[in-house]
Design a protein around this ligand. Sequence first.
Ligand code: CP
Length: 317
Amino acid sequence: MKQFISVDDVPGVPQIAATALDYKKNPFKDKGLGENKTLGMIFLNPSLRTRLSTQVAARNLGMEVVVFNIDKEGWALEMNDGVVMNGNTTEHVKEAAAVMGQYFDILSIRTFPGLKNKEEDYTEKYMNQFIKYAGKPVVSLESATLHPLQSLTDVITIRERWTQPRKPKVVMTWAPHVKALPQAVPNSFAQWMNAWDEVDFVITHPEGYELDPKFAGKAPVIHNQHEALEGADFVYVKNWSSYKDYGKITCTDESWMVTNETLKNTNDAKVMHCLPVRRNVVIADEVLDGPSSIVIPEAGNRVWAAQAVLSEILKNR
Ligand code: CP
C-alpha cells in the first residue's frame, strides 16, 4: 500500500480487516517492522482518538512517533499556489510538506473542511497539497471529505461481532447537532460499506441531507428513520451538515436523536458512533450507558485499524 486516503488504497476490505483483527490478537508480532522508521503526525485540527490510537499502533510496530500541532505550534501555512504571500500566511505548504518529508518515513495528516467552499473541500485541496509535496507516503487522519481510519475501525467492529451466516443490516442514521459538522465520517462509512459486500447497508436522514452520490453510491436512502431502522443489526449514528446547501444546518428535529424508543424495531441492534458524541443531543444517555452501545470497544479498535494501515505501508517500503 502506497498511501491511505480512502478505501481505494487498500488491497481489499476483507483483507485489511483481517490484518487489523490479527493485530488485535497479537499486537506485538511485527515489533521489528517499524524499527528505525518515524511516523510524523501533523494536526491542523483537534483529535483525541486518532491522535492516541495511531501513536499506540505505530509503537506496537516499533516506530518512533513525532506529533506536531501545526495549527498552534507551526507557521501559518499558505495552501494556494502562485500567491503573493504578503498577508497572514508565513510558510508555503510546498516547503513545509517537503521539509517534513525529509524527517519522516510516513507522514499522517488531519485536515478538516472549511465548510464554506464546497469545491475546495471536495477536491481535497489541503490533503492533496501535502501528498504532492511530501515525497513520502501519506496517511489520512481525517480529511475534508473522508475518515478512512475510522471506517476501517467500523468494519472490524461489525465483523468481530457478527457470526451469523446472513449479512447484517447496517443502518447509518443522521442525528441532530448544535454545530455544522463535516460529512467526512458519513461519506467514508458509506464508501467502505458500499465496498464491502458482507453487509446490507441503508442510509436514513431528513430530506436535504443527501450525501455526495460518489460516496452514498447505490445504498437505499429512506427518509423515515423508524422505517429504515426496522430489523437493523447495527445502527451507525452520526450528524453531518448539508452537502446540498453546503455546510448548513437545515434540520434541527430532535426526534432524530437516538433513544431506546428509536431502537425498538431493530434486531436488538448494536449502536455505533465514532465519538466525540454530544449526549442527549445525538444519542440519549439511556443508549450510551445501556447494553446496546458499543462505542467504547469501537474506539478501542482504532488501534488495530491504524496498525494494519501502517504495517501495509511499511511492508511496501
Ligand atoms: N473519531 C475520531 O476521529 O475521534 P477524534 O476526532 O477524537 O480523533
